[in-house]
Design a protein around this ligand. Structure first.
Ligand SMILES: [Zn+2]
Length: 140
């Protein structure tokens, strides 16, 4: 746990870029506010670990089940052409995966997704709530 880590500090730096959807087995699911990729989410581990392989086997399994559950919900909710998974963290070294739905012939289809897409598509509070509702509906 370190206060420089936005996932641990849970402060406005986090609130500025994502909205908590809910807790999973060992992680927390967030909706990424920038929605060029409709349905884009982040699955962040609930404890501060810098590398996935530092986790116990049980935690690794539980975390990947969380990731799979989220990806399934996103597929059911938004029917993307493909889901991309990104785990980087050079400057934010707390285990988290970007779950990024990609849509055929839309933005960066066939290429690496962009961390901060140029369109910078921000939605209204109501639109965020609708997306979150759809994801929650399909999370079971
Ligand atoms: Zn952290």
């Amino acid at each position: 746990m370190t206060q420089s880590c936005i996932y641990c500090a849970q402060d406005e730096r986090l609130d500025n870029i994502m909205i908590e959807i809910g807790k999973l087995r060992v992680s927390t699911l967030y909706l990424f506010k920038e929605q060029t990729y409709r349905g884009r989410c982040i699955v962040a581990l609930n404890e501060h670990q810098t590398e996935f392989f530092h986790l116990s086997q049980e935690k690794q399994d539980a975390y990947m089940r969380d990731v799979a559950q989220v990806a399934q919900a996103i597929e059911r909710a938004f029917a993307p052409g493909k889901i991309n998974y990104g785990a980087f963290g050079d400057t934010m070294p707390h285990v988290h995966f970007h779950i990024v739905p990609k849509y055929e012939n839309e933005y960066t289809w066939g290429k690496m997704f962009e961390m901060n897409p140029a369109p910078n598509k921000q939605l209204s509070e109501q639109e965020y709530e609708e997306l979150i509702g759809l994801i929650k509906l399909h999370l079971q």
